[in-house]
Design a protein around this ligand. Structure first.
Ligand SMILES: [Zn+2]
Length: 149
């Protein structure tokens, strides 16, 4: 199967990049601001990153969160990696979900992933969630690209 994160069109959803990592906006966000951090090279697991890459991933992610902090006006975030199919990893290219959180956004303030399992508001998987239109995606990417980390 073709990897969606290795497709060159992924660049259209990218709002920040550096040190071998990209920040992309989720095509079907669970909550506003739902973004993904992915390594440029195709690897499946966090264990395939060397120590330096691991450092870059965390450091890069913190910069992405600074951007989202400004753009979505919150200091609360979930950082989630689903490592392996049993943990809910659906795309076999390492990715970390970055989810801005605000009071009352979900029924409970805990981790968002159990909500997917319960299919709350049909969040079950990205196929069932509403996808952003091209215009919506370009609007949000344009906004995020203007924010200084
Ligand atoms: Zn890939």
């Amino acid at each position: 199967m073709k990897c969606p994160f290795c497709d060159k069109n992924i660049q259209d959803s990218c709002f920040f990049e550096g040190n071998g990592f990209l920040a992309i906006y989720n095509i079907a966000p669970v909550l506003p601001g739902h973004s993904l951090i992915i390594p440029r090279r195709h690897i499946k697991s966090i264990f395939e990153l060397n120590e330096e890459e691991l450092y870059h991933m965390v450091s890069f992610s913190r910069k992405v969160i600074s951007v989202l902090k400004t753009a979505f006006n919150t200091g609360a975030f979930d950082w989630t990696i689903q490592e392996g199919k049993e943990a809910g990893q659906t795309i076999e290219h390492l990715h970390m979900h970055i989810m801005p959180r605000i009071t009352g956004d979900l029924p409970d303030p805990g981790d968002w992933y159990p909500k997917l399992k319960d299919n709350v508001n049909e969040y079950l998987d990205s196929d069932k969630r509403r996808k952003l239109t091209n215009t919506e995606m370009q609007r949000i990417i344009g906004k995020l690209k203007k924010v200084n980390p």
